[in-house]
Design a protein around this ligand. Structure first.
Ligand SMILES: Nc1ncnc2c1ncn2[C@@H]1O[C@H](COP(=O)(O)OP(=O)(O)O)[C@@H](O)[C@H]1O
Ligand SMILES: [Mg+2]
Length: 608
């Protein structure tokens, strides 16, 4: 479950760089945001400085050390013959208002503009990730469950957003505030400021140690969210099986485990977080204590106005909040980085290999399969061994054989979902890899065992993807041929009825008829039917079969059949067993020569 636990500096640098790359297109907005935060932090310092203006105007000290705000006020609005107290009475409240307003504006601009950057980055990341998934090869989907993939798209990306928006905002805002406060303190009295530099390494150490723990727990939390989505996804989609086979308690246990693991890791993260802040605050308290002790030392006090001492202490006391907030934000940053690592790893998933360069209009549909062998990655035995046969345009070839004999695998290789280990497949004399993948797949219409329907109208489910500009009449024609029109007409809005998730509300046979209509509408030169009519009753199956046979004359058809009765008319029947061709020929020939075929035929199905 937990794959990588390492944290190395080099890797982090690469990670930051890559994340920063996503900010580059929004540089202007980013700069505006930084400017906003700069104004905010300056506001903080100047408000501390204002105390000096106020106190030193009380008359004790020389007017020279009134502080920065006072100097600025004198420059903008010379006091003339006003007394120091009278001047301060007007100038301090006005300055306080102006500074507070400026600080508020800075806060607004900084936060909002940083949100613009962050949300844009998330949007880009999420769409890129989805795009990668849309281009990933089939083997990738064999390895990852849908649940974990969804969790990556939603939870993980959102975690990156936490780091990108909240954390970046806080880091800039509080970081700049710290820099501004410390600079101001150095400016007022550098010796006193050194006290804070003495505790800084200790604080830094706490931050680094805490960060390591945060990252580790964050990775685990992320993985466990993947498990939570996976268990819930498969359980929510399997109502019947769960209730009938009494699987609820088992799934509840699995869900409980995943969620409990998540709880524990989150608690560990919270524990580290809750400990780190008080520790840092205590370190700061030591620094403040030392500050009070030293600041009342007469040698240091010499030449230091009461006002500037108060301003210094105010600034020092103000340091506590940003330091605390910054250390608190670490958990979000580490969570974001852990998620970014994972998101980037997914983004690096190679797309489906397409070395093909030859464009293809419409194929004739001449398929040659020669000495084809294939083993699934990680599988013990070969799914196909040395298979050779041909399908000519206009021919129907049937593949039969017990389940697991490799029939579907052959269709998958034909569609270039996997690459063969040995042997080759040619379409119209060229090895199929040489065609551009998009062009190549356009030559095929497929109806497979698992019907995929989308939550869209019936019409859009038939005229799907590249078929979306099919005319209304063509859609109706295809639906008629697939014997789907009869039930579509009874739906509340006919072809415009919106289907539920995976066509919920339709029967298995109805779903299959929609898939057949979709395949017929494509009018492709090669048609693959992988147990495409298994959910139909005998009568509809024969009718659909006739419609399929009545298709364009020159179509090459590969039928993988469940019931042998439906393929008796095929031009050639190929009997597969354990990935090898046992026999081939017409129905009559096979009956005479193959004992396995004859016994399967007597039982009426290939599932002998
Ligand atoms: N994605 C996969 N990964 C590993 N092995 C697979 C995969 N799909 C099928 N197989 C194995 O390959 C063999 C052939 O499967 P398949 O072609 O689906 O059989 P059929 O369609 O004839 O019932 C079976 O032993 C099956 O377990
Ligand atoms: Mg199959």
């Amino acid at each position: 479950m937990i794959d990588s636990e390492k944290t190395n500096g080099q890797g982090d640098l690469v990670l930051y760089k890559r994340l920063l790359g996503y900010v580059v297109p929004h540089t202007l907005v980013f700069v505006v945001s930084v400017a906003g935060f700069l104004i905010y932090s300056l506001g903080n310092v100047l408000l501390a400085d204002l105390t000096q203006f106020l106190l030193d105007s009380l008359g004790e000290s020389t007017p020279v050390s009134l502080g920065l705000v006072a100097s600025a006020a004198h420059w903008v609005w010379p006091p003339g013959d006003k007394g120091a107290l009278d001047y301060a009475r007007l100038a301090v409240p006005i300055a306080a208002l102006v500074l507070s307003f400026g600080r508020a504006m800075g806060y607004f601009v900084g936060n909002y503009f940083m949100n613009i950057v962050a949300r844009s980055v998330i949007h880009t990341l999420r769409t890129e990730l989805f795009g990668t998934l849309m281009r990933a090869p089939k083997a990738y989907y064999d390895k990852h469950s849908t649940g974990t993939l969804i969790s990556k798209l939603t939870f993980n990306v959102e975690q990156v957003s936490g780091a990108a928006s909240d954390a970046l905002k806080v880091i800039l805002r509080e970081g700049l505030t710290i820099v501004a406060l410390v600079s101001y303190m150095l400016y007022l009295n550098w010796k006193l400021s050194l006290i804070f530099f003495a505790v800084a390494p200790a604080i830094g150490l706490v931050v680094v140690i805490v960060g390591r723990h945060f990252r580790r727990y964050s990775r685990r939390i992320q993985d466990s969210m993947g498990s939570v989505t996976q268990v819930s996804g498969e359980s929510l989609g399997a109502f019947d099986v769960l209730r009938i086979f009494g699987g609820e308690s088992n799934q509840i246990k699995r869900f409980d485990n995943a969620s409990f693991f998540n709880r524990n890791q989150s608690l560990k993260l919270a524990l580290v977080e809750a400990i780190s802040t008080p520790v840092i605050q205590t370190l700061l308290a030591f620094a403040l204590g030392a500050l009070f002790w030293f600041s009342l030392d007469p040698t240091i006090l010499a030449g230091f106005s009461a006002g500037s001492l108060v301003a210094f202490i105010t600034a020092a006391a103000q340091l506590g909040k940003p330091v605390k907030t910054l250390s608190g934000i670490q958990s979000i940053v580490q969570r974001g980085l852990a998620a970014a690592e994972d998101v980037f790893a997914q983004l690096d998933t190679p797309s489906e290999v397409d070395r093909g360069t030859t464009p293809m209009g419409r194929a004739r549909g001449f398929i040659e399969i020669e000495n084809l062998s294939f083993r699934y990655p990680g599988a013990e035995t070969q799914a196909l061994k040395n298979v050779s046969f041909q399908i000519a345009p206009g021919e129907t070839v049937a593949l039969v054989g017990r389940s697991g004999s490799g029939k579907s695998t052959l269709a998958q290789l034909l569609l270039r979902f996997y690459a063969p280990d040995a042997g080759e497949i040619r379409l119209d004399d060229l090895i199929i890899d040489e065609y551009r993948l998009r062009d190549y797949r356009r030559q095929f219409a497929v109806v497979s065992q698992a019907v995929e329907l989308f939550s869209d109208t019936v019409r859009n489910n038939i005229a799907f993807g590249s078929l979306s500009d099919a005319s209304y009449d063509d859609v109706i024609d295809a639906a008629r041929c697939a014997h789907a029109m009869e039930f579509i007409e009874r739906l509340p809005a006919g072809l415009d009825t919106v289907l539920g998730d995976q066509g919920a509300g339709l029967s298995g046979g109805q779903r299959q008829r929609l898939a057949i209509a979709r395949a017929l509408l494509k009018k492709a030169p090669v048609l693959i039917l992988d147990e495409a009519t298994s959910a139909l009753d005998g009568e509809s199956e024969r009718a659909v079969q006739e419609a399929l046979e009545a298709g364009p004359d020159q179509r090459a058809t590969l039928v993988i059949a469940h019931r042998l009765s439906t393929i008796e008319n095929a031009d050639r029947i190929i009997l597969l067993d354990q990935g090898q061709i046992l026999a081939q020929g017409s129905h009559q020939e096979l009956l005479a020569t193959s004992a396995l075929y004859a016994s399967m035929y007597r039982q009426g199905t290939t599932e002998g």
